[in-house]
Design a protein around this ligand. Structure first.
Ligand SMILES: Cc1ncc(C[n+]2csc(CCOP(=O)(O)OP(=O)(O)O)c2C)c(N)n1
Ligand SMILES: [Mg+2]
Length: 579
């Protein structure tokens, strides 16, 4: 039977198991939306901005491991997805992004709503295509899903000229795919794994160092078995959080710029690092020449290009993290490292991650810790800035895929749409965006989407009146010159204002009124004793999003902090803080 390109695409999406598409229509893609209109198997979530559509598809994908799908129109629709594509690419998130394009005869003519999205996204996609032959459509879509989800996952974009969507052909979506030259290595080399096991057990001060790749590989269960069997402690990157429960004594926490004291000391003193699914990113390593100065490095990663790129690796293992760990598990035994365990225990005791109490305004660490108590099994998404670091450091993570955060690109505006995607994928879990008052405004319009989809996402705004993380750098390294970071500043303010006063705008915006304007729920919290009750009140909402506006200390800082370019051991510990 003859079918249009649009019909073939929808057939293919269904064969790939797609149940949800996040999108925004326009002239070039009406044919696809038209086929989807009365299709009972695929639900289209209409976001209010294409950037949110792609972040929502990303949150869907990160929280489930399935490939997220985004559908947008040509020109501005396509270019609006660019930040989300780059975000997903950096953090290895499997996405298929379908963009409309002008008809083939118009391409290159500066036609209405034409943009060369394939050219624009070439460096930020795992692969991308423009379909110029209707006969290649099915095969290309199949390839896109395969490439997005295998090996080191990533976003794949397909640009679809409108006449291709309308062109009819008697074809079906292919059942199989094979791509010459693309054969990701899954199984690690057995000899290397054996060598790694031996070296690991010979070390006196060994550490596992886990990145996001462990979650992507669904390797957390087997990793926990390896840790239990060996008794070797773990450190992680921001993306590795959740590999062990935060409260596990062998979890020494995140390392790097805002790593824990114990994590940063342990990585400095250790004699062996077993890296799993990590890029050894500079936010985690700090000054490379002083990173883990005494350590041999074993590194297991699915992407050979990540190995020995930033740090010299003694034992490389190319392979899927879960498979490598499954091979490793029978080869390891309890490590004999009592002095090392005592040492890390001492650091933890001397410098615990303690919450602060708060003075006139609320303490952000206390808020995050209370979120953890009221919602112990939540999926947390974050924006970027101090909010992101407090969320990473003070929530007690228990499960894999429970922290959705833009680690590589650091995209403000990611958290709320990602929470929408995660909530749709996980209707039985609580999804909470821990947000900053700056970042949340980058995709605040998605309140309309969450209201329309009846999603009880909670947005916990840690409202400090500042682009806080930038302000923290200005405070520490630019003599408190708060240039363009105060969100309440007016022209009449003194030029060198270093602290908020009576002249400030009171709310900018009033998040409670804003929530109400969208028919969402808005709650403002100003007193410590109201934190918990506000969260409990929010928990009662089952169909409406809730914004909780937590008025936190204006100038609270994230501690510890390694100054940019510094070595991890040279972290600043903060004012009067024990951590
Ligand atoms: C899209 C984007 N623009 C700029 C930045 C730089 N940046 C990093 S953190 C930050 C401040 C974020 O402010 P807010 O959301 O209020 O979070 P806070 O640090 O106050 O918790 C800025 C501007 C960024 N990460 N992303
Ligand atoms: Mg802020």
């Amino acid at each position: 039977m003859e079918k249009s390109g649009a019909q073939l695409i929808v057939e293919g999406l269904k064969k790939e198991g797609v149940k949800i598409i996040f999108g925004f229509p326009g002239g070039a893609v009406i044919p696809i939306f038209d086929v989807l209109f009365d299709d009972p198997d695929i639900h289209v979530v209409l976001t209010r901005h294409e950037q949110a559509a792609i972040h929502a598809a990303d949150g869907y994908a990160r929280s489930t491991g399935e490939t997220g799908v985004c559908l947008v129109t040509s020109g501005p629709g396509a270019t609006n997805t660019v930040t989300g594509i780059a975000t997903a690419n950096f953090d290895s998130v499997p996405l298929v992004c379908l963009t409309g394009q002008v008809t083939r005869d118009m391409i290159g003519n500066d036609a209405f709503q034409e943009a060369d999205i394939v050219g624009i996204t070439r460096p930020i996609t795992k692969n991308n295509y423009i379909i110029t032959d209707r006969a290649l459509l099915g095969r290309t879509l199949k390839e896109a899903f395969y490439i997005a989800s295998t090996g080191r996952p990533g976003p794949v974009l397909i640009d679809l000229p409108k006449d291709i969507l309308n062109a009819k052909l008697n074809d079906s979506y292919p059942e199989t795919v094979s791509i010459r030259g693309y054969n990701p290595v899954i199984k690690g080399h057995p000899g290397q794994i054996k060598k790694a096991a031996k070296t690991l057990l010979e070390a006196k001060k060994p550490l596992f160092y886990v990145g996001g790749g462990l979650h992507i590989a669904n390797g957390v269960d087997v990793f926990r078995k390896v840790v239990k069997k060996t008794g070797i402690p773990m450190i992680c990157s921001l993306m590795g959080i959740g590999a062990l429960p935060t409260a596990d004594p062998l979890n020494l926490g995140m390392i790097g710029m805002h790593g824990t004291y114990t994590g940063n000391m342990a990585v400095t003193e250790c004699d062996l690092i077993f890296g799993i699914g990590t890029r050894f990113d500079d936010r985690a390593t700090g000054k490379l020449s002083e990173f883990a100065p005494h350590a041999k490095i074993i590194h297991a990663d699915i992407d050979p290009a990540s190995i020995s790129r930033n740090v010299a690796v003694e034992i490389p293992i190319v392979g899927d993290a879960r498979q490598v760990l499954e091979e490793l598990l029978p080869l390891v035994k309890p490590a004999n490292i009592p002095e090392w365990i005592e040492q890390v225990g001492q650091w933890q005791k001397d410098h615990p991650m303690e919450v602060e109490v708060g003075n006139e305004r609320l303490s952000p660490s206390l808020i995050v810790r209370t979120i953890s108590e009221v919602f112990p099994d939540a999926i947390i998404s974050t924006e970027v800035g101090q909010n992101q670091m407090w969320a990473a450091l003070f929530y007690n993570y228990k499960h894999s895929r429970s922290l959705l955060t833009s680690g590589g690109l650091g995209t403000m505006g990611y958290g709320f749409p990602a929470a929408i995607g995660a909530q749709i994928a996980n209707p039985d879990r609580k999804v909470i965006d821990i947000a900053g008052d700056g970042s949340i405004q980058m995709n605040i319009q998605e309140l309309a989407t969450a209201v329309q989809e009846e999603l009880p996402v909670i947005i916990a705004v840690l409202n400090n009146g500042y682009l806080g993380m930038v302000r923290q750098w200005q405070e520490l390294f630019f003599n408190k010159r708060y240039s363009a970071t105060c969100l309440n500043r007016r022209p009449s303010c003194p030029p060198e204002c270093k602290h908020p006063g009576d002249n400030c705008l009171h709310y900018n915006p009033d998040f409670v009124k804003l929530a109400e304007a969208y028919d969402a729920v808005g709650i403002r919290v100003t007193k410590t004793e109201e934190i918990k009750t506000a969260l409990e009140q929010a928990a009662k909402e089952t169909k409406r999003p809730v914004i909780i506006d937590f008025l936190i200390e204006y100038e609270a800082n994230v501690w510890p902090m390694v100054p940019p370019g510094g070595a991890n051991k040279d972290m600043l510990l903060g004012e009067g803080s024990k951590s």
